[in-house]
Design a binder for this molecule. Structure first.
Ligand SMILES: [Zn+2]
Length: 200
């Protein structure tokens, strides 16, 4: 299982980079391995060129259990989310340019397609806190309680799921919807899904 999850993390980072959702060394991801063990991407390396052995194993206090590299500087954020959300087993932090760009302009990410409507009806936009800080970790953990995604103002997005692929799908859909909204805004504004279909 551990080997499979290490490979999934490597695959996920490569995919995020290919899709332009992270820069060379930006972004991070983790999976919960057991009650007290988390596999997380390392800090400082090119995320598209990671090897399964580069993934670091930490405990729920952030101590390194195995691995020769430094864990992501957002390790605190990942641990705070796992503590707040026992149902979550995977976390992605990416720098979605369209999602962040739209919120920088003070606009909301409306769920303009069906996937977005079912996954994240109202994505919270969290005030800026320093990357890697305790404040950021606490703010995200408090606000992701009933959401599958949050947007970090002037920074990026955090998505969660039962699996890494679920968190990845949410991060990508968020960017897809943001791109649609951007295109629509250049041409006069986005239409929403008809109201009769937007019921729970
Ligand atoms: Zn970041």
């Amino acid at each position: 299982m551990e080997e499979f999850l290490r490979k999934e993390l490597v695959k996920c980072m490569k995919y995020l980079h290919t899709k332009g959702l992270i820069s060379g060394i930006g972004g991070n991801a983790s999976v919960r391995l057991s009650e007290n063990e988390v596999l997380i991407t390392p800090s400082g390396l090119l995320k598209a060129e990671l090897h399964p052995s580069d993934i670091v194993k930490i405990d729920m206090n952030g101590n390194v259990l195995s691995g020769f590299l430094k864990p992501s500087r957002e390790g605190k954020l990942h641990i705070a989310i796992y503590r707040a959300r026992p149902d979550v087993s995977a976390i992605i932090h990416a720098h979605n340019p369209f999602t962040v760009g739209i919120t920088l302009a003070g606009k909301k990410i409306e769920p303009v397609n069906y996937e977005a409507w079912t996954m994240f009806k109202d994505v919270p936009i969290l005030e800026f806190k320093l990357p890697g800080s305790e404040d950021l970790a606490n703010l995200v953990a408090q606000n992701i309680k009933s959401n599958s995604a949050v947007i970090l103002q002037n920074h990026g997005v955090v998505t969660v799921g039962k699996t890494l692929m679920e968190a990845l799908y949410i991060a990508e859909t968020l960017e897809e919807v943001s791109t649609m909204i951007f295109v629509a805004s250049c041409l006069g504004g986005a239409k929403l899904i008809p109201r009769e279909y937007m019921k729970d």
